[in-house]
Design a protein around this ligand. Structure first.
Ligand SMILES: C[S@@+](CC[C@H](N)C(=O)[O-])C[C@H]1O[C@@H](n2cnc3c(N)ncnc32)[C@H](O)[C@@H]1O
Length: 412
Protein backbone atom coordinates (compact mmCIF):
# COMPACT_ATOMS: atom_id res chain seq x y z
CA UNK A 1 0.00 0.00 0.00
CA UNK A 2 1.50 3.36 -0.99
CA UNK A 3 1.38 6.52 1.17
CA UNK A 4 -1.59 7.98 -0.72
CA UNK A 5 -3.60 4.77 -0.31
CA UNK A 6 -2.78 4.83 3.40
CA UNK A 7 -4.02 8.42 3.66
CA UNK A 8 -7.30 7.61 1.90
CA UNK A 9 -7.81 4.46 3.96
CA UNK A 10 -7.26 6.43 7.17
CA UNK A 11 -10.06 8.81 6.15
CA UNK A 12 -12.40 5.92 5.40
CA UNK A 13 -11.57 4.29 8.75
CA UNK A 14 -12.33 7.55 10.56
CA UNK A 15 -15.39 8.79 8.65
CA UNK A 16 -16.75 5.79 6.75
CA UNK A 17 -17.05 5.62 2.94
CA UNK A 18 -16.02 8.81 1.14
CA UNK A 19 -17.51 10.34 -2.01
CA UNK A 20 -15.78 9.56 -5.30
CA UNK A 21 -15.17 13.29 -5.64
CA UNK A 22 -13.23 13.30 -2.38
CA UNK A 23 -11.28 10.20 -3.50
CA UNK A 24 -10.53 11.78 -6.90
CA UNK A 25 -9.41 15.04 -5.24
CA UNK A 26 -6.82 13.09 -3.28
CA UNK A 27 -5.58 10.86 -6.07
CA UNK A 28 -5.18 13.75 -8.51
CA UNK A 29 -4.45 16.75 -6.29
CA UNK A 30 -3.00 15.61 -2.95
CA UNK A 31 -0.22 18.09 -2.29
CA UNK A 32 2.45 15.44 -1.85
CA UNK A 33 1.27 12.31 -3.62
CA UNK A 34 -1.41 13.41 -6.11
CA UNK A 35 -1.07 12.66 -9.81
CA UNK A 36 -0.82 16.36 -10.66
CA UNK A 37 1.21 17.43 -7.59
CA UNK A 38 4.45 17.47 -9.56
CA UNK A 39 6.16 15.73 -6.63
CA UNK A 40 5.68 12.22 -7.92
CA UNK A 41 7.43 10.55 -10.83
CA UNK A 42 4.44 10.96 -13.10
CA UNK A 43 4.80 12.32 -16.58
CA UNK A 44 1.15 13.01 -17.31
CA UNK A 45 1.57 14.61 -20.72
CA UNK A 46 3.25 13.70 -23.99
CA UNK A 47 4.69 10.70 -25.67
CA UNK A 48 6.19 9.28 -22.46
CA UNK A 49 3.13 10.15 -20.37
CA UNK A 50 -0.38 8.85 -19.90
CA UNK A 51 -2.16 10.98 -22.48
CA UNK A 52 -1.63 13.88 -24.84
CA UNK A 53 -3.64 17.01 -25.32
CA UNK A 54 -4.16 19.25 -28.36
CA UNK A 55 -1.36 21.75 -27.60
CA UNK A 56 1.13 18.88 -27.73
CA UNK A 57 -0.20 17.36 -30.92
CA UNK A 58 0.64 20.14 -33.36
CA UNK A 59 1.60 23.85 -33.13
CA UNK A 60 -1.42 24.70 -35.26
CA UNK A 61 -3.63 24.39 -32.16
CA UNK A 62 -1.88 27.08 -30.09
CA UNK A 63 -1.45 29.31 -33.15
CA UNK A 64 -5.13 29.20 -34.05
CA UNK A 65 -6.19 29.81 -30.46
CA UNK A 66 -3.80 32.78 -30.35
CA UNK A 67 -5.39 34.11 -33.54
CA UNK A 68 -8.84 33.69 -31.99
CA UNK A 69 -7.89 35.62 -28.82
CA UNK A 70 -6.35 38.39 -30.92
CA UNK A 71 -9.55 38.77 -32.92
CA UNK A 72 -11.69 38.83 -29.76
CA UNK A 73 -9.52 41.71 -28.51
CA UNK A 74 -10.03 43.53 -31.81
CA UNK A 75 -13.80 43.03 -31.56
CA UNK A 76 -13.96 44.99 -28.30
CA UNK A 77 -12.16 48.05 -29.65
CA UNK A 78 -8.62 46.95 -28.78
CA UNK A 79 -8.46 47.87 -25.06
CA UNK A 80 -4.98 49.07 -24.00
CA UNK A 81 -4.71 46.30 -21.41
CA UNK A 82 -5.93 42.78 -22.08
CA UNK A 83 -5.33 39.97 -19.57
CA UNK A 84 -5.28 36.33 -20.60
CA UNK A 85 -5.80 33.82 -17.78
CA UNK A 86 -5.28 30.17 -18.66
CA UNK A 87 -6.67 27.91 -15.96
CA UNK A 88 -5.28 24.37 -15.79
CA UNK A 89 -2.13 25.41 -17.64
CA UNK A 90 -0.24 22.27 -16.56
CA UNK A 91 3.42 22.71 -17.38
CA UNK A 92 2.73 25.94 -19.30
CA UNK A 93 3.15 24.46 -22.74
CA UNK A 94 0.18 26.22 -24.38
CA UNK A 95 1.16 29.48 -22.65
CA UNK A 96 4.66 29.38 -24.11
CA UNK A 97 3.35 28.50 -27.57
CA UNK A 98 0.81 31.33 -27.58
CA UNK A 99 3.37 33.91 -26.38
CA UNK A 100 5.85 32.63 -28.91
CA UNK A 101 3.23 32.94 -31.67
CA UNK A 102 2.60 36.58 -30.80
CA UNK A 103 6.35 37.29 -30.60
CA UNK A 104 6.81 36.05 -34.14
CA UNK A 105 3.63 37.23 -35.74
CA UNK A 106 1.97 40.06 -33.79
CA UNK A 107 4.73 41.52 -31.56
CA UNK A 108 2.75 44.72 -30.95
CA UNK A 109 0.10 42.64 -29.13
CA UNK A 110 2.66 41.62 -26.50
CA UNK A 111 2.71 45.09 -25.01
CA UNK A 112 -1.09 44.90 -24.58
CA UNK A 113 -1.42 41.50 -22.95
CA UNK A 114 -0.57 40.09 -19.56
CA UNK A 115 -0.79 36.31 -19.50
CA UNK A 116 -1.34 34.32 -16.29
CA UNK A 117 -0.96 30.54 -16.68
CA UNK A 118 -2.68 29.12 -13.58
CA UNK A 119 -2.71 25.67 -12.05
CA UNK A 120 -3.51 24.01 -8.72
CA UNK A 121 0.12 24.11 -7.64
CA UNK A 122 1.93 27.30 -8.56
CA UNK A 123 5.46 26.85 -9.92
CA UNK A 124 7.40 30.04 -10.41
CA UNK A 125 10.20 28.23 -12.27
CA UNK A 126 7.65 27.63 -15.04
CA UNK A 127 5.77 30.92 -14.57
CA UNK A 128 2.75 29.05 -13.24
CA UNK A 129 0.53 31.06 -10.88
CA UNK A 130 -2.07 30.16 -8.28
CA UNK A 131 -5.56 31.52 -9.02
CA UNK A 132 -5.36 33.72 -5.88
CA UNK A 133 -2.48 35.64 -7.50
CA UNK A 134 -4.56 36.68 -10.51
CA UNK A 135 -5.91 40.25 -10.28
CA UNK A 136 -9.67 40.78 -10.08
CA UNK A 137 -11.77 42.92 -12.40
CA UNK A 138 -9.78 42.29 -15.56
CA UNK A 139 -10.69 43.00 -19.15
CA UNK A 140 -9.53 40.01 -21.12
CA UNK A 141 -10.04 36.37 -21.81
CA UNK A 142 -10.11 33.27 -19.63
CA UNK A 143 -9.13 30.11 -21.46
CA UNK A 144 -8.88 26.45 -20.60
CA UNK A 145 -8.11 23.25 -22.44
CA UNK A 146 -9.06 19.99 -20.73
CA UNK A 147 -9.48 21.65 -17.34
CA UNK A 148 -13.05 20.75 -16.43
CA UNK A 149 -12.68 17.09 -17.38
CA UNK A 150 -10.04 16.91 -14.63
CA UNK A 151 -12.38 18.21 -11.89
CA UNK A 152 -13.31 15.65 -9.23
CA UNK A 153 -16.80 14.23 -9.81
CA UNK A 154 -19.47 12.45 -7.78
CA UNK A 155 -20.71 9.15 -9.21
CA UNK A 156 -24.36 8.08 -9.27
CA UNK A 157 -26.24 4.90 -10.04
CA UNK A 158 -29.94 4.51 -10.92
CA UNK A 159 -31.23 1.72 -8.68
CA UNK A 160 -34.79 0.69 -7.87
CA UNK A 161 -36.02 3.81 -9.69
CA UNK A 162 -33.93 6.10 -7.47
CA UNK A 163 -30.72 8.06 -7.95
CA UNK A 164 -28.16 6.74 -5.47
CA UNK A 165 -24.51 7.69 -5.05
CA UNK A 166 -21.47 5.46 -5.51
CA UNK A 167 -19.04 6.08 -2.64
CA UNK A 168 -15.56 4.64 -2.08
CA UNK A 169 -15.15 2.06 0.68
CA UNK A 170 -12.43 -0.44 1.56
CA UNK A 171 -12.62 -4.23 1.35
CA UNK A 172 -10.32 -5.39 4.19
CA UNK A 173 -10.52 -9.04 3.14
CA UNK A 174 -9.23 -8.44 -0.37
CA UNK A 175 -7.22 -5.30 0.47
CA UNK A 176 -8.75 -3.10 -2.16
CA UNK A 177 -10.90 0.00 -2.50
CA UNK A 178 -14.45 -0.81 -3.62
CA UNK A 179 -17.69 0.91 -4.65
CA UNK A 180 -20.33 1.38 -1.97
CA UNK A 181 -23.87 2.52 -2.84
CA UNK A 182 -25.84 4.84 -0.55
CA UNK A 183 -28.06 7.95 -0.61
CA UNK A 184 -26.77 11.00 -2.47
CA UNK A 185 -24.47 13.27 -0.47
CA UNK A 186 -25.78 16.45 -2.19
CA UNK A 187 -29.33 17.00 -3.46
CA UNK A 188 -27.92 18.64 -6.61
CA UNK A 189 -26.59 15.27 -7.78
CA UNK A 190 -30.11 13.89 -8.08
CA UNK A 191 -31.62 17.12 -9.37
CA UNK A 192 -29.13 17.39 -12.25
CA UNK A 193 -29.92 13.96 -13.60
CA UNK A 194 -33.56 13.45 -12.61
CA UNK A 195 -34.95 14.91 -15.90
CA UNK A 196 -33.14 12.09 -17.73
CA UNK A 197 -34.06 9.07 -15.64
CA UNK A 198 -36.61 8.10 -18.30
CA UNK A 199 -33.55 7.09 -20.40
CA UNK A 200 -32.07 5.01 -17.59
CA UNK A 201 -32.32 1.25 -17.14
CA UNK A 202 -31.76 -0.13 -13.66
CA UNK A 203 -28.01 0.04 -12.96
CA UNK A 204 -27.36 3.10 -15.19
CA UNK A 205 -24.24 4.93 -13.94
CA UNK A 206 -22.87 8.39 -14.50
CA UNK A 207 -21.10 11.34 -12.95
CA UNK A 208 -22.04 14.81 -11.76
CA UNK A 209 -19.41 17.55 -11.81
CA UNK A 210 -20.23 19.92 -8.95
CA UNK A 211 -16.97 21.83 -9.42
CA UNK A 212 -18.27 23.61 -12.53
CA UNK A 213 -20.37 25.99 -10.39
CA UNK A 214 -17.35 27.00 -8.26
CA UNK A 215 -15.25 27.47 -11.39
CA UNK A 216 -17.87 29.80 -12.90
CA UNK A 217 -18.09 31.80 -9.64
CA UNK A 218 -14.31 32.21 -9.52
CA UNK A 219 -13.86 33.27 -13.11
CA UNK A 220 -16.76 35.65 -12.75
CA UNK A 221 -14.95 37.32 -9.84
CA UNK A 222 -11.83 37.67 -11.99
CA UNK A 223 -13.27 38.98 -15.23
CA UNK A 224 -15.08 42.27 -15.48
CA UNK A 225 -15.46 42.27 -19.25
CA UNK A 226 -14.30 39.97 -21.99
CA UNK A 227 -14.51 36.31 -22.94
CA UNK A 228 -14.27 32.75 -21.69
CA UNK A 229 -13.05 30.07 -24.11
CA UNK A 230 -13.63 26.57 -22.77
CA UNK A 231 -12.28 23.58 -24.69
CA UNK A 232 -13.02 20.13 -23.38
CA UNK A 233 -14.34 16.70 -24.10
CA UNK A 234 -18.05 16.69 -23.38
CA UNK A 235 -21.62 17.23 -24.43
CA UNK A 236 -24.87 18.92 -23.59
CA UNK A 237 -26.59 17.20 -20.68
CA UNK A 238 -29.23 15.32 -22.70
CA UNK A 239 -26.48 13.57 -24.66
CA UNK A 240 -24.25 13.02 -21.63
CA UNK A 241 -27.09 11.28 -19.77
CA UNK A 242 -28.52 9.42 -22.76
CA UNK A 243 -29.11 5.68 -22.75
CA UNK A 244 -25.97 5.02 -24.82
CA UNK A 245 -23.76 6.27 -21.95
CA UNK A 246 -25.13 3.76 -19.48
CA UNK A 247 -21.75 3.10 -17.85
CA UNK A 248 -20.96 6.81 -17.44
CA UNK A 249 -17.94 8.61 -18.82
CA UNK A 250 -15.40 8.13 -16.05
CA UNK A 251 -12.06 7.05 -17.56
CA UNK A 252 -8.70 6.22 -16.03
CA UNK A 253 -5.53 6.44 -18.11
CA UNK A 254 -2.22 4.81 -17.37
CA UNK A 255 0.60 5.09 -19.90
CA UNK A 256 -1.69 5.81 -22.87
CA UNK A 257 -3.95 2.84 -22.03
CA UNK A 258 -7.48 3.00 -20.79
CA UNK A 259 -7.66 1.35 -17.39
CA UNK A 260 -11.02 -0.06 -16.36
CA UNK A 261 -10.12 -0.04 -12.66
CA UNK A 262 -10.28 3.42 -11.07
CA UNK A 263 -8.82 1.94 -7.89
CA UNK A 264 -5.59 0.67 -9.42
CA UNK A 265 -2.32 2.63 -9.81
CA UNK A 266 -3.63 5.11 -7.23
CA UNK A 267 -1.89 8.49 -7.65
CA UNK A 268 -0.14 7.23 -10.77
CA UNK A 269 -3.03 7.17 -13.22
CA UNK A 270 -5.17 9.99 -14.51
CA UNK A 271 -8.95 10.02 -14.01
CA UNK A 272 -11.25 12.15 -16.16
CA UNK A 273 -14.91 12.39 -17.07
CA UNK A 274 -16.78 14.06 -19.92
CA UNK A 275 -17.86 17.63 -19.35
CA UNK A 276 -21.51 18.61 -18.94
CA UNK A 277 -21.60 21.69 -21.20
CA UNK A 278 -25.19 22.48 -20.18
CA UNK A 279 -23.94 23.07 -16.64
CA UNK A 280 -20.99 25.07 -17.98
CA UNK A 281 -23.45 27.32 -19.78
CA UNK A 282 -25.97 27.57 -16.88
CA UNK A 283 -23.23 28.32 -14.34
CA UNK A 284 -21.77 31.05 -16.53
CA UNK A 285 -25.23 32.44 -17.36
CA UNK A 286 -26.10 32.96 -13.69
CA UNK A 287 -22.86 34.90 -13.41
CA UNK A 288 -23.82 37.26 -16.22
CA UNK A 289 -22.10 35.57 -19.15
CA UNK A 290 -23.72 35.16 -22.57
CA UNK A 291 -23.06 32.17 -24.78
CA UNK A 292 -21.68 33.16 -28.19
CA UNK A 293 -20.71 29.75 -29.57
CA UNK A 294 -20.78 26.07 -28.76
CA UNK A 295 -19.09 24.08 -31.52
CA UNK A 296 -16.80 21.14 -32.09
CA UNK A 297 -13.03 21.59 -32.03
CA UNK A 298 -12.98 20.48 -35.66
CA UNK A 299 -15.24 23.34 -36.73
CA UNK A 300 -13.47 25.79 -34.44
CA UNK A 301 -10.04 25.09 -35.91
CA UNK A 302 -11.36 24.98 -39.45
CA UNK A 303 -13.03 28.35 -39.03
CA UNK A 304 -9.84 29.84 -37.65
CA UNK A 305 -7.93 28.73 -40.73
CA UNK A 306 -6.59 25.20 -40.35
CA UNK A 307 -6.88 24.74 -44.10
CA UNK A 308 -4.29 27.50 -44.61
CA UNK A 309 -1.81 25.55 -42.51
CA UNK A 310 -2.44 22.46 -44.59
CA UNK A 311 -2.17 24.36 -47.86
CA UNK A 312 1.12 25.92 -46.85
CA UNK A 313 2.39 22.60 -45.63
CA UNK A 314 1.63 21.14 -49.05
CA UNK A 315 3.38 24.04 -50.72
CA UNK A 316 6.45 23.70 -48.52
CA UNK A 317 6.62 20.02 -49.33
CA UNK A 318 6.33 20.70 -53.05
CA UNK A 319 9.13 23.30 -52.72
CA UNK A 320 11.32 20.70 -50.95
CA UNK A 321 11.40 22.86 -47.83
CA UNK A 322 10.35 19.96 -45.62
CA UNK A 323 11.06 16.25 -45.86
CA UNK A 324 8.53 13.66 -46.86
CA UNK A 325 8.76 12.28 -43.33
CA UNK A 326 8.04 15.66 -41.69
CA UNK A 327 5.21 16.34 -44.13
CA UNK A 328 3.51 13.01 -43.39
CA UNK A 329 3.88 13.39 -39.64
CA UNK A 330 2.52 16.92 -39.66
CA UNK A 331 -0.47 16.01 -41.78
CA UNK A 332 -1.14 13.09 -39.47
CA UNK A 333 -0.88 15.33 -36.39
CA UNK A 334 -3.16 18.01 -37.87
CA UNK A 335 -5.70 15.33 -38.71
CA UNK A 336 -5.59 14.18 -35.08
CA UNK A 337 -6.66 17.67 -33.99
CA UNK A 338 -9.82 17.45 -36.09
CA UNK A 339 -10.45 13.70 -35.89
CA UNK A 340 -14.21 13.26 -35.43
CA UNK A 341 -13.59 10.24 -33.21
CA UNK A 342 -11.08 12.04 -31.02
CA UNK A 343 -9.91 15.60 -30.41
CA UNK A 344 -12.04 16.96 -33.26
CA UNK A 345 -15.13 15.92 -31.35
CA UNK A 346 -14.17 18.01 -28.30
CA UNK A 347 -16.38 21.03 -27.78
CA UNK A 348 -15.45 24.69 -27.62
CA UNK A 349 -17.72 27.17 -25.93
CA UNK A 350 -17.18 30.91 -26.07
CA UNK A 351 -18.97 33.17 -23.61
CA UNK A 352 -18.81 36.92 -23.21
CA UNK A 353 -19.38 39.27 -20.27
CA UNK A 354 -20.22 42.96 -20.35
CA UNK A 355 -19.80 43.13 -24.11
CA UNK A 356 -22.18 45.28 -26.13
CA UNK A 357 -24.62 43.80 -28.61
CA UNK A 358 -22.66 45.42 -31.45
CA UNK A 359 -19.42 43.91 -30.23
CA UNK A 360 -21.02 40.48 -30.01
CA UNK A 361 -22.17 40.90 -33.59
CA UNK A 362 -18.65 41.84 -34.61
CA UNK A 363 -17.36 38.59 -33.07
CA UNK A 364 -19.99 36.59 -34.91
CA UNK A 365 -19.28 38.26 -38.24
CA UNK A 366 -15.54 38.58 -37.89
CA UNK A 367 -13.36 37.83 -40.88
CA UNK A 368 -10.21 35.96 -40.07
CA UNK A 369 -7.53 36.88 -42.57
CA UNK A 370 -4.14 35.39 -43.22
CA UNK A 371 -1.04 36.48 -44.97
CA UNK A 372 2.38 35.05 -45.48
CA UNK A 373 3.82 36.84 -42.49
CA UNK A 374 2.10 34.38 -40.16
CA UNK A 375 4.58 31.68 -39.26
CA UNK A 376 4.25 28.32 -37.59
CA UNK A 377 5.81 27.90 -34.23
CA UNK A 378 8.90 25.91 -33.61
CA UNK A 379 8.30 23.32 -30.99
CA UNK A 380 10.11 22.28 -27.83
CA UNK A 381 10.74 18.69 -26.91
CA UNK A 382 8.04 16.49 -25.34
CA UNK A 383 5.94 16.27 -28.46
CA UNK A 384 4.15 13.33 -29.84
CA UNK A 385 6.06 13.90 -33.06
CA UNK A 386 9.40 15.42 -32.13
CA UNK A 387 10.17 16.09 -35.82
CA UNK A 388 7.56 18.81 -35.75
CA UNK A 389 9.93 21.05 -33.86
CA UNK A 390 11.65 21.90 -37.11
CA UNK A 391 8.46 23.10 -38.68
CA UNK A 392 8.95 26.83 -39.21
CA UNK A 393 6.64 27.22 -42.16
CA UNK A 394 4.58 30.15 -43.23
CA UNK A 395 0.89 29.82 -43.81
CA UNK A 396 -1.65 32.01 -45.46
CA UNK A 397 -2.80 33.14 -48.78
CA UNK A 398 -1.81 36.27 -50.58
CA UNK A 399 -5.41 36.66 -51.71
CA UNK A 400 -6.39 37.01 -48.03
CA UNK A 401 -9.26 34.59 -48.05
CA UNK A 402 -11.89 35.36 -45.48
CA UNK A 403 -14.59 33.53 -43.64
CA UNK A 404 -16.95 34.41 -40.82
CA UNK A 405 -18.43 32.51 -37.90
CA UNK A 406 -21.77 32.83 -39.65
CA UNK A 407 -20.48 31.28 -42.88
CA UNK A 408 -18.92 28.36 -41.12
CA UNK A 409 -21.50 27.54 -38.50
CA UNK A 410 -24.54 28.59 -40.46
CA UNK A 411 -25.58 30.85 -37.60
CA UNK A 412 -28.95 32.44 -38.25
C1 LIG B 1 -5.81 17.29 -18.27
S1 LIG B 1 -4.67 18.46 -17.67
C2 LIG B 1 -4.62 19.60 -19.03
C3 LIG B 1 -3.36 20.42 -19.07
C4 LIG B 1 -3.28 21.44 -20.21
N1 LIG B 1 -4.37 22.40 -20.15
C5 LIG B 1 -3.25 20.78 -21.57
O1 LIG B 1 -4.20 20.94 -22.34
O2 LIG B 1 -2.28 20.09 -21.88
C6 LIG B 1 -5.67 19.27 -16.46
C7 LIG B 1 -4.95 20.35 -15.72
O3 LIG B 1 -5.92 21.11 -14.99
C8 LIG B 1 -5.38 21.40 -13.71
N2 LIG B 1 -6.48 21.74 -12.78
C9 LIG B 1 -7.47 20.94 -12.33
N3 LIG B 1 -8.27 21.61 -11.49
C10 LIG B 1 -7.78 22.87 -11.42
C11 LIG B 1 -8.18 24.04 -10.72
N4 LIG B 1 -9.24 24.04 -9.91
N5 LIG B 1 -7.45 25.16 -10.86
C12 LIG B 1 -6.37 25.18 -11.69
N6 LIG B 1 -5.95 24.10 -12.38
C13 LIG B 1 -6.65 22.96 -12.25
C14 LIG B 1 -4.62 20.13 -13.37
O4 LIG B 1 -3.70 20.32 -12.31
C15 LIG B 1 -3.95 19.82 -14.70
O5 LIG B 1 -2.73 20.47 -14.85
Amino acid sequence: MNSLEELILKRIKTNGPITFSSFMSSVLYDENFGYYSGKTNNHPLGIYGDYYTSPLVHPAFASLLAINIYHLWKAINEPVEFTIVEIGAGNGYLYREIISFYKKNIPSFLSVITYYPVDVFSDKSKDIYHIKEVPKGITGCIISNELIDAFPVNRFIFKDKKIKEIYVDYDYKNNTFIDKINHVSEPEIASRVSPFTKNFDDGYQGEVNLGIGYWADIISSIINSGFVITIDYGYERDELYSSKNNRGSLRSYFQHSLSSNHYSNIGRQDITSHVDFTTVNHSLAVNGFDKLFYITQKKFLEYLGLEFFIRELNQSYKNNEISNNSFNKQIYAINLLVDKNGLGNFHVSIHSKNISKDQKNIVKNQHITYDKSMIYLEQDSDLIYPDLRNSAISFGDENKETQTWKDIFEIK
